[in-house]
Design a protein around this ligand. Structure first.
Ligand code: SF4
Ligand code: SF4
Length: 135
């Protein structure tokens, strides 16, 4: 299985149930898939999906035809000088790549890069704009 992050842009949404456009498009292919996360961002409604590897190309093509954005995987950098350890990004991370350290670590944000799948869901959550996508 492979994880993809897809966005239904706000411009295509007239009611909240419209996110089902994404689900219905995938269901056409009669495959088993998992919805790992449902969230909203500044660009629209995001779904983090776990899809069989062999179906990725077909599903991606199909979603794009319906103006659904299939986000590329990225790498992030966290500017710890800007970070105030508020924890807002932690709850959004689907893989526990972000966590708050314990008392011994002064409750500071910890980032384990090896666990990061590059979904970029954390970027919009940061009130300090401390998380950036590597360009
Ligand atoms: S980009 Fe990485 S750190 Fe950020 S939410 Fe996704 S998996 Fe977690
Ligand atoms: S949301 Fe931003 S400020 Fe808050 S813990 Fe995460 S990186 Fe730090």
């Amino acid at each position: 299985m492979t994880i993809i992050n897809v966005t239904l842009p706000f411009g295509l949404i007239s009611k909240v149930n419209d996110y089902s456009t994404i689900i219905n498009e995938i269901l056409k292919y009669d495959i088993i898939f998992n919805i790992l996360k449902f969230s909203t961002s500044s660009s629209g409604i995001n779904l983090l999906l776990d899809i069989p590897e062999e179906e990725i190309a077909t599903i991606t093509e199909s979603l794009k035809k319906n103006n659904i954005i299939v986000n590329k995987k990225g790498r992030i950098t966290i500017d710890l000088e800007k970070c105030i350890d508020c924890g807002a990004c932690v709850s959004l991370c689907p893989t526990d790549a972000l966590s708050m350290g314990g008392v011994e670590e002064n409750n500071q944000l910890e980032f384990i890069e090896d666990k990061c799948i590059g979904c970029l869901l954390c970027i919009d959550s940061c009130p300090r704009h401390a998380i950036e996508e590597n360009k």
